[in-house]
Ligand binder design. Sequence first.
Ligand code: MG
Length: 257
Amino acid sequence: MKGFIFDLDGTIYLDDDIIPGVPEAIQMLKDRGDKVVFLTNKSIARRTDYVKKLNNLGIEVELDEVINSNFITALYLRNTMAADDSVYVIGEQPLFDELAEADIKLAAHATEASHVVLGWDRQFTYDKLNAAFQAWRNGAEILATNPDRTCPVQGGEIPDCGAMIGALEGATGQPVKRITGKPSSLMSQYILDNVLRMKADQCYMVGDRLETDIRMANEAGIQSVLVMTGITTFDMLIAASDKPGFVLDSVQEITTL
Ligand SMILES: [Mg+2]
C-alpha cells in the first residue's frame, strides 16, 4: 500500500475543469488499496468547498481527506498559543471561519496581538498592512498560510498570499519565516502522521509547483512527482533547484509509477 498526496490547482483541475482522465486514475489507486489525500495552499476557500468541488468533478472524497493551509494554521495556533494570546488576521472569511472553529481568539486591537496571520486577501489595504506592522513592532509572531506569489486562473495568474508577505517584509525588513502551508514540514508531518499514517518513503507527493509541492516532498523524504498540467514549464524545470523524483505529463499516468 502506498500513500498519494495530490495538490489541487493545476494538478487535479484548472479552474472548474477537471484534467482529463484524473478521476479514473485516482479510482484505480483506491481500487488497488492505496490511500489518497488532497492538499492545497489556497486560503480563500473552505475544506467543505473542496469536498463539494471534487465530488462534483467525479472524485469521491471525505472531509478528512482534504487538508488546506487554513486548517494547518489553526492547528499550529491551537498548539502554540497561551491562554491570553490573541491573533490579528489578514485574510478572507474561510480563514476566519477555520480559526473560529478551532476556538482561536482574535485580538480586539492589532497592537495587543501575540500573533499575526497573513493569508490571501483580495480586500488587502494599507490599513491592514499598518495594523500587522504595528503588531510586529509590539513583538507579535508573524506567520503566513502560504508562500505562493500568484495563483493560476483562466488566461493568466493573479497575486496570492506571497504579495501580502512581500508587503509586510517590505515594512519590517525581516523575512516571514513561519509558513504553515506547503513547503512547510508542519503540513507534511501532519499528513504523514495523522491522515495517511505512513512513513514518508511509502508516499508520493504529486503537484505542479516546484517551490511548494516538490520542495515539501523532497525535504520530508516523500517521493516527489511533478505534473506538467499546471504552472511549471520544461524551461522552469531545467533551471530549478527543486528537482522532482518523477515527471509525468498528467495525473492520468499516475498508475504507471
Ligand atoms: Mg498547484
